[in-house]
Design a protein around this ligand. Structure first.
Ligand SMILES: Cc1ncc(COP(=O)(O)O)c(C=O)c1O
Length: 472
């Protein structure tokens, strides 16, 4: 039985024989666009790093098909905020699945959808009351982009370097994370998107020197945007919306400087643009507040959420101000934005349970406290290897170690990221690299990881650094 609070128990080599056999089988029937991870890892590290195949998960524990038990510090892409197979979510799924698994989203909605959208509006920042539900982060982003086009009459979007918003065509147009995600499809991507640098204070944009103050990085980036939006022929005349992750996730747990989001809000108000926050990663307590935008008290016009929302069920939403969402106009008898599974009752019932647990168990505040403590521990590591850990990034339980080849050049060290992830996995601790070069060792665990599990990770991680970087 998995408890959810156990330390790892590794019985076989990792991956074990059953995992290897199953992944071989998978490669025979799944498109290599997906199983590509396998080849890439092997090529980059020179060691076989086939995936382990998951069998079950609970709380912070995952068990693979070979019976090995791991502690999951990825939260399975930050989905398992309140933990894997949370009992209240499982109970809601069981109850709902006996009554109604599928309804007719926009034509004949279910009670579960109605209850859930009301609760979502209660949890969302005050002015954000009207939602479009979706099934993936990408679909929430596309709903937000369509809403912005309808509301402003302008097709253009300003998005940021390093931003990850999903890979379907509309979302891929605004994603600027890895070149190879976009290159084959360039001709099919929305041409109205302008990408600008994210105000990364560790590697400041616009030629600013490393060490430039956060205020300066913020002001320089905002000044660039202002010039772009106010100049007569900059190409920004078509822009109707600014889309940003208030803390970049896959881009490498990068926080914007204080005041930057407020600066964006002011620009949007001045130029009549909609501000869209992609909180698909950061939402639902991950950064120590229910939504990351609360840290600075900046409310967007549309908030996109997903990942942790469904407790593991694919569910997302774009939640907007009423006057913005009302731009869609009254229905002429048929929904103009819908899909077969929109507002799936099973997902809505599970998500309602997630929202209840988050609020009743006060998870955002608990994450904030835990985050401060863990950040301190990561900073201890950074002090021991200052030549290889440039910075501790992130907030709450969305944290990362910026790995570098040396402190002078600050060159990103993706190979170190992969090596550390591999060593930790073999010892039963699951981590993922993030950042455009895979050079940020990312932590987005279930919130309830125990003290003992954290201690276990720090022990293994310290040994992994010693192995890869030498004793400090
Ligand atoms: C910030 C952010 N936005 C959007 C997405 C896309 O979500 P999905 O993969 O569910 O389409 C992701 C996925 O990692 C994300 O991190």
């Amino acid at each position: 039985m998995l408890t959810g609070t156990s330390l790892p128990a590794i019985k076989t080599e990792v991956p074990g024989p059953r995992s290897v056999a199953l992944v071989d089988e998978l490669a025979r029937s799944e498109c290599p666009a997906i199983t590509a991870r396998r080849a890439r890892r092997a090529a980059e590290t020179g060691v076989g790093q086939d995936p382990i195949v998951w069998k079950r998960a609970k709380g912070a524990n995952v068990e693979d098909v070979d019976g090995n038990v791991y502690v999951d510090f990825t939260g399975a892409f930050a989905v398992a905020g309140i933990g894997h197979t949370h009992p209240r979510v499982v109970e809601a799924a069981q109850r709902q699945s006996q009554e109604l698994i599928h309804a007719m989203g926009d034509v004949y909605p279910s009670e579960a959808k109605i209850r859930f959208t009301r609760k979502l509006a209660e949890v969302a920042p005050a002015e954000l009351t009207h939602a479009i539900l979706g099934l993936s982060g990408a679909s929430a982003i596309e709903a937000a982009l369509k809403t912005a086009a309808v509301h402003t009459g302008r097709p253009g979007v300003l998005a940021f370097w390093g931003g990850y918003h999903g890979l379907s065509y509309g979302a891929l147009s605004v994603t600027a994370y890895r070149d190879n995600f976009r290159r084959p499809f360039m001709a099919q991507l929305n041409p109205w998107v302008t990408h600008v640098p994210y105000p990364d204070t560790y590697r400041p944009p616009f030629g600013l020197a490393p060490g430039t103050s956060p205020e300066q990085v913020s002001q320089t980036t905002l000044a660039h945007l202002r010039a772009l939006l106010s100049g007569p022929a900059t190409g920004a005349e078509t822009i109707g919306a600014i889309l940003i992750e208030p803390l970049q996730g896959r881009g490498g747990e990068i926080e914007p400087p204080p005041g930057f989001l407020a600066g964006l809000r002011a620009l949007c108000d001045e130029f009549g643009l909609l501000l869209i926050f992609d909180e698909i990663y950061t939402g639902f307590g991950r950064t120590g507040t229910m939504f990351a935008c609360e840290h600075e008290g900046v409310i967007p016009d549309i908030l996109c959420v997903g990942k942790a929302l469904g407790g593991g069920f694919p569910l997302s939403a774009a939640i907007g101000r009423q006057e913005v969402m009302d731009s869609w106009g009254n229905s002429a008898g048929e929904s103009v934005h819908t899909s077969t599974f929109l507002g799936n009752p099973l997902g809505c019932a599970m998500a309602e349970a997630v929202l209840d647990v988050l609020v009743e168990e006060d998870w955002p505040a608990r994450v904030a406290r835990r985050g401060v403590e863990i950040r301190g521990r990561l900073q201890e590591l950074a002090r021991r290897w200052p030549e290889r850990i440039g910075l501790v990034r992130g907030r709450g339980l969305m944290l990362g170690l910026e790995l570098i080849t040396d402190a002078e050049t600050r060159a990103p060290d993706g190979a170190l990221g992969l090596a550390l992830v591999g060593i930790c996995r073999d010892q039963g601790y699951l981590l993922l690299p993030s950042g455009q070069h895979g050079h940020v060792l990312a932590l987005s665990p279930p919130f309830g990881v125990t003290d003992e599990q954290w201690e276990g990770l720090f022990e293994v991680l310290t040994r992994a650094f010693e192995e890869c970087c030498g004793a400090p």
